[in-house]
Design a protein around this ligand. Sequence first.
Ligand code: MTE
Length: 331
Amino acid sequence: MLIKRKRGWEIPESQVTPENIFLNRRRFLAGAGVGLAAVAAPEPAAAFIFNRDGEAETEAELHPTSDLYPVQRNLRYRVSRELTDETAASSYNNFYEFGSHKRIWRAAQRLPTHPWAVTIDGLVEEEMTLDFEDIARRMTLEERVYRFRCVEAWAMTVPWTGFPLSKLVEMARPLGSARYVRFETFMNPDMASGQRQTWYPWPYVEGLTMAEATNELSFMVTGIYGKPVAKQFGAPIRLHVPWKYGFKSIKSVVRISFTEERPVSFWEEIQGSEYGFWANVNPDVPHPRWSQATEELIGTGGERVPTRLYNGYGEFVAHLYDDLQNEPLFM
Ligand code: MTE
């Protein structure tokens, strides 16, 4: 991961256009390549965007699952922190497909998310390709407030909507020989300019063990802040594993494969000594180039708090690693 960039909390709030204002004003990118047209006049009504043929798309066409939101919060997963301000979280993202800096939210609006297919393959009884909308409607959605801790020592606390990954694993019917779950993001360099940077090993890949994937905390995210997940957060479907560094939480998933071999993830391939497969949060194991003892809460103007082992989720996950003590669990 790049470290010599200006960090988001150093950008004055006044320089950041809140996403909702951006959407409501219909100021979509000119020449975005997928037909999003610029409209100069401010438009306070519900957001319209323009498709490839210049026809207006309604919010319902853009987010066909909007009617599913908001859903009830699951209070089993409580956090003692304040929720991160939505605008702050929505304008400070890592999504290297759209640039290797934090202000990718605007570029990420180019991502076409409807229709969206997710292929399930590898060691399964039967391979299948599912439509995202079908998945979202088939699953029972719930809201969970989870802490999120990036390896770069910033953190946020947001209300995610989604369903347990274990439910998807159940639906996939993996064979007994499956030991890992491998996730893959879309590949479309014409649309996502970051993917034209050929020194990165695209597409973005992540992986979990079967025990991690079926742990109750592992969550497939379809929504955030009570509505369908915004593109910069990894629409229309992403992973969130709250006890691991944020790079494990892969965005905009198109393929989920069950494997016997441990997958090599995107960052592991780039620099395995700094971004390993396990990547469990631990304040006492520094990154080779910086301390992991504390984290900065985005949207607070710089408040730092102590980082917690397994990001505070040890009671749910510590047992997963009892027999793996010789592995670099915190790297
Ligand atoms: N997924 C994809 N496909 N591409 C990425 O660049 N970045 C990861 C993770 N998932 C990334 C990704 C990293 S490094 C982090 S910290 C989180 O997404 C950031 O999630 P957020 O933008 O929702 O805060």
